[in-house]
Each structure stands twice: as structure tokens, then as C-alpha cells.
Design a protein around this ligand. Structure first.
Ligand code: PEP
Ligand code: MN
Length: 282
């Protein structure tokens, strides 16, 4: 692809892997789970414990929330980051959290293991440059109106600053469809694998906005070759201050995780080597 110097897949086919604690993103299938927003210590720590118990490998939660309305819950800011630190202390799970302002980057780095750049900020170039200099892995979500080329160029902004630890995340795009919150574009997974060495995750929670659809889209993401999933989980979804309709409760998450682990293992060990995929079925 034109203009991609660092994000492009090289002739050697070598792919980026990123080690965070015991997990190697790009090698191990990773499930990052947690609430949309950090709302209180009790809600966050209890959700983190549930994520861990259910088999989640990293904990996500927004302390800074980019909301459509200025009157909606904006996140707890620094207080939220301190709560995330407590959640990490109690569970050992690495923390993924969003940064929305270049002025907050060094600050958020004190608490986060992975910096999330949300869909609304994908093309915030000063923010991309800042996280490119931050020395922390970056999870770059696809902008809701962005093409693959624009998305990869935003990854290039981060890489060009010397930060090679970039993870992409497909979270759906705006289309004419209104039944789902977004249209989850799973064709991006093999497309990215074709063009880039960067790992790519799928976020079916924001991608569909509907709890009933997330399980099947998680399975589809695995079949498409995703390196992992981002899932919203809340200790009590009915009371969530944001995205209440798409957050699993702990029990639902644990059930889904059992199926995810089985399918992912099957895909890895059997499906691609077996007659199922090679088309030899009689
Ligand atoms: C989120 O992950 O909570 C979020 C706000 O996602 P997105 O930027 O994809 O809308
Ligand atoms: Mn959310």
C-alpha cells in the first residue's frame, strides 16, 4: 500500500508480537474485557475480579470517556485511573484504558499497560504522535468513518515516532444499517493480515451494540483470524452509566469464554489442517 513504510507486511512475512506480562499479543489469543467506564471502585474492582475468574487476560475500562453529549458521564479522570490501579493490584490483570487528550498521555502511562485510542480519535494526529513517543503499547481502534488505508496510515503515525507496539482493533463502521449500532467489518481481519504485520483484535461489543449478537460475532472474528477480542463486561449492566445494552454480566462472560477457548483451540489445532477447511468433506 502506498506510503506505508513501517506498517506494511515485509517480504519475510514477519509479524509483530507484543509481550505484556505473561501474554504475547500476536501469538496468544487475547481477551481484553471490562466495563465501558470506570464508575466506582466497587464496580471496577468487582468487575475485574469477574473478568479474571471468567478467564479474561487483560482488564479494560475508560477513565476518560469520549461521549456524544457533553451532559453524559465523562468518566472519573484521574480518580478513575487510580481505581484501575487498584483493580490491577487485586487481580494482576494488565490495564487497557483510553486516552483522549495529548496532555494526558504521560499521566495515563503511569497507570496503563496499553493505551487505547478510540474510534473518535483515530485521526487525532497530535494524539497519535504523542502516544508514538510514550513508550507504551497502543491499541488503535478503527475510526467509524475510516477506510483501511486511513486506518493503517494512522498506525504509521505512531510507528513513525518510534513506537513499534501497535495493535489494531476493528470496532465497526457507520453504514445505512440501523438495527446494529455499527456494522462490524470482519473482512478487515484477513485484509490487514494481507497488508500489515500488526496484530488485530475485534470489538464485537461496540461493533454490534447488542448483547444478543456479540457471541456469534466473537466466533466469526475467531474464524476470520483475529488475534483477540475486546469485550465489555459490567458487574451489573443494568446500572451502567454508558453502553448498558452491550455489556455482559459476569456469568454471561464466563459462559462465552468457555466457548471462545474451545473454538479458538479448535481453529488453531485442527480446523486449518483438517478436511473441514481444505474441502475434502465427503
Ligand atoms: C470504548 O472502547 O469504550 C469506546 C468508547 O470505543 P470506541 O472508541 O470504539 O467507540
Ligand atoms: Mn463502551
Amino acid at each position: 500500500m502506498q506510503n506505508l513504510k513501517l506498517a506494511e507486511l515485509g517480504k519475510d512475512g514477519k509479524r509483530t508480537t507484543i509481550k505484556i506480562g505473561d501474554i504475547v499479543i500476536g501469538e496468544d489469543f487475547v481477551v481484553i474485557a471490562g466495563p465501558c467506564g470506570v464508575e466506582s471502585e466497587e464496580q471496577t474492582v468487582n468487575t475485574a475480579k469477574a473478568v479474571r475468574a471468567g478467564g479474561g487476560m487483560m482488564f479494560r475500562g475508560g477513565a476518560y470517556k469520549p461521549r456524544t453529549s457533553p451532559y453524559d458521564f465523562q468518566g472519573l479522570g484521574l480518580e478513575g485511573l487510580k481505581i484501575l490501579e487498584k483493580a490491577k493490584l487485586k487481580t494482576g490483570l494488565p490495564i487497557v484504558t483510553e486516552v483522549i487528550d495529548p496532555r494526558d498521555v504521560s499521566w495515563v502511562c503511569e497507570f496503563a499497560d496499553i493505551l487505547q485510542i478510540g474510534a473518535r480519535n483515530m485521526q487525532n494526529f497530535s494524539l497519535l504522535k504523542e502516544v508514538g513517543r510514550a513508550g507504551k503499547p497502543v491499541l488503535l481502534k478503527r475510526g467509524m468513518y475510516s477506510t483501511l488505508k486511513e486506518w493503517l496510515n494512522c498506525a504509521e503515525y505512531i510507528l513513525a515516532e518510534g513506537n513499534m507496539d501497535v495493535i489494531l482493533c476493528e470496532r465497526g463502521i457507520r453504514t445505512f444499517e440501523t438495527y446494529t449500532r455499527n456494522t462490524l467489518d470482519l473482512s478487515m481481519i484477513p485484509a490487514i493480515k494481507e497488508l500489515s504485520h500488526l496484530p488485530v483484535l475485534v470489538d464485537p461489543s461496540h461493533g454490534t451494540g447488542k448483547l444478543s449478537l456479540i457471541e456469534k460475532m466473537s466466533f466469526a472474528a475467531i474464524a476470520a483470524g483475529a488475534d483477540g477480542l475486546l469485550l465489555e463486561v459490567h458487574i451489573n449492566p443494568c446500572e451502567a452509566k454508558s453502553d448498558a445494552d452491550q455489556q455482559f454480566n459476569p456469568e454471561q462472560f464466563a459462559q462465552l469464554m468457555k466457548k471462545i477457548v474451545k473454538l479458538q483451540k479448535f481453529m488453531q489445532e485442527k480446523a486449518f489442517n483438517s478436511s473441514i477447511i481444505s474441502g475434502d468433506i465427503k
